[in-house]
Design a protein around this ligand. Structure first.
Ligand code: AHR
Length: 312
């Protein structure tokens, strides 16, 4: 799809394709592989677009060299899903000097000069996601008449320094601080992967297993690993430990239906078409919105079943 480019100021000739260089941060989660597929599908369905794709395996240095390669190849626009928030100014200055527009997707970048170094961002509001997880827990405690009981919380964090981690952690910890009777008793990163989620949860269970009332897991993959760790010590996830997670994968919603995950705050990865559309506009020199937030829902026992199967 996409509008035909008729304005005289565009960089591209009529039958020249637009080359988009996409630096994806990795393949750490089901969310990520679904996001990659969504972008690749949108590009394949668009006859105007050629996509150059690079997977950085969760390493910023790999993303920086991928972006440098894209600059060298003279792509028309660079899209980047940044693994961490900081440390991008140098390479984005190089892109700017080469007159290549930059679209940031999913996670955010931070830095003094960063606002002048990218053209647009599309993603979700991670702090709001954390806050909505807290709100769900508050409502649940009220409904159970447990709002004044002590609550011990374990917190599995995403990749340290990623905006998804920083935002969700801020929403969660600020929410916990508002309750005198709530306390985070365990907190560590599981790097957004199922394997590390399990490993870290095993350690939490060893040191504090009998005291943990609630688990916040900053994504579904880590929650899936954590559920295994909880069951391996003979506890019942969803009952002995209330589990709150983020993303909304098919696996996680099945666990909600099974009662092992109590709440999932949605973060959809399926906005490849918006990414391709926006990248094309930038390549053509058209004006786009600087920030676009993807809208998301929330799932629990009340609506999980009707939302299965999930598209990711
Ligand atoms: O940045 C989005 C987060 O990254 C997703 O919640 C997580 O699953 C992914 O790894």
């Amino acid at each position: 799809g996409g509008e035909a480019s008729e304005d005289s100021g565009t960089k591209k000739g009529k039958d020249e394709k637009i080359t988009i260089g996409f630096s994806q941060l990795g393949a750490e989660s089901q969310w990520r592989t679904a996001n990659t597929k969504s972008v690749q599908d949108a590009a394949e369905n668009d006859p105007e677009v050629t996509l150059k794709f690079s997977d950085a395996q969760q390493k910023q240095e790999n993303q920086i060299s991928a972006i440098r390669n894209f600059i060298q190849q003279g792509v028309d626009v660079i899209a980047v899903a940044p693994v961490v928030e900081t440390g991008w100014e140098t390479v984005l200055t190089e892109a700017k000097d080469a007159n290549i527009p930059v679209l940031i997707v999913d996670r955010k970048m931070k830095g003094k000069k960063i606002d002048d170094l990218y053209n647009a961002w599309i993603g979700t509001d991670s702090k709001d996601e954390g806050e909505r997880g807290i709100k769900w827990l508050e409502d649940q405690m009220k409904a159970d008449g447990k709002e004044s009981e002590p609550l011990n919380i374990a917190h599995l964090q995403g990749t340290t320094g990623s905006s998804a981690q920083v935002g969700r952690t801020a929403g969660i910890t600020e929410g916990v601080e508002k309750h005198k009777n709530w306390e985070i008793i365990e907190q560590q990163s599981g790097n957004f992967t199922r394997a590390e989620g399990k490993e870290v949860m095993e350690a939490f269970m060893k040191s504090n297993g009998d005291n943990i009332d609630v688990l916040f897991s900053e994504n579904d993959d880590m929650a899936m690993g954590a559920i295994q760790a909880i069951e391996e010590v003979g506890k019942v996830p969803g009952k002995d430990i209330t589990v709150i997670s983020f993303d909304g994968t098919n696996d996680a919603l099945e666990q909600v239906v099974d009662g092992k995950i109590n709440c999932v705050v949605e973060c959809s990865p399926l906005y490849g078409e918006d990414i391709i559309e926006t990248a094309k506009k930038l390549a053509k020199g058209e004006k786009v919105k600087k920030e676009v937030f993807v809208e998301n829902g929330i799932f629990d026992s009340k609506n999980a079943k009707e939302n299965l199967p999930r598209p990711y």
